[in-house]
Design a protein around this ligand. Sequence first.
Ligand SMILES: [Zn+2]
Length: 377
Amino acid sequence: MATISYLTTVQFGFGELKAVADGLAQFGISRPLIVTDRGLAATDLIGRLRAVSPVLGNAALFAETPTNPTEEAVLAALAVYREHDCDGLIAIGGGSPIDLAKGVALLAGHDGPLETYAAILGGIPKITAKVAPVIAIPTTAGTGSEVGRAALITLDDGRKLGFISPHLIPKLAICDPELTLGLPAWLTAATGMDAITHCIETYLSPRDNPVAEAIALDGLKRAVGHIERAVVDGSDREARKEMLMAALQGGLTFQKGLGAVHALSHPLGGLKQVSLHHGTLNAVLLPAVLRFNEPSAKGKYAEIRRTLGLSADADLAEWIAGLTARLGMPASLSAMGVPREVLPAIAEAAVKDHSSASNPRAASAADYETMLEESFG
Ligand SMILES: [Zn+2]
């Protein structure tokens, strides 16, 4: 059985930021809360957004999104939302502000605590159409959260959990490559590797959805064809456009489910003692996971090699490691500052992560620990 579902309207292209005005009218949002992070709030981007529509001119702003969104930040943003009697959200930034806005949209229409709605705690059917409308404007090319039905949020007790529902999909995604031109090289590489990981993991997921698989392979081809250009020259408009499309495509395929890379990077991203970038984690973990999964997905590995223009006997894990080295990314978890003693607990958490269920090869805590050790360096 295949469930194939595409729900988000996407406005894609240079200069499309202006489409937010029509989106506000279409979804009846007259008092939006703008959600972003401090880095972006310090640029002219929020001013450019405010200039698009009188509704945005003096709209409330929450700019305290942490690197990895937390329950605490969701509640702080929710307080601003309620204080200003808001009726919808504009999330502008990378995956974190978009996921944070989804958390606020959820609690704006549902009683807390947030934990009630976590996917692994049986929360999926509890999320209803009462979720407030979200317009997502990505400024990085990687997360795909602008068209995704999941929000990843770290609870107060340190668990990084997925909140998943079609109701959490933004009503409108505005993908304007212009907004990604200023992205620094390291973030272009890290978010781009997140997009590549999304395309690979969703393609390898055993869930039946040939439409999503075709999108995943197309996204993979665009991303590997343009990531190095976008990192070397951030002003390369064609490369920026292709990377934003690849990220969007990676997000459109989330409905197949992700895999072991994300099952590991979610708990690692929830560590309090060190702040780890999601995309960088995925890039570091991908080679070990590819080695582990190959026996269970040989036909698909052959298709990926063909898509990438590699020879039939090419080592895909080696090839990815070579790509991330050329992008100047760290090669190991130890180089990222992950303390070795957390690995067993991370392996235990990975088994319970919602992404583990759609990995092509069943992985135990011992398997996850082996993959972590291999990635540790
Ligand atoms: Zn991801």
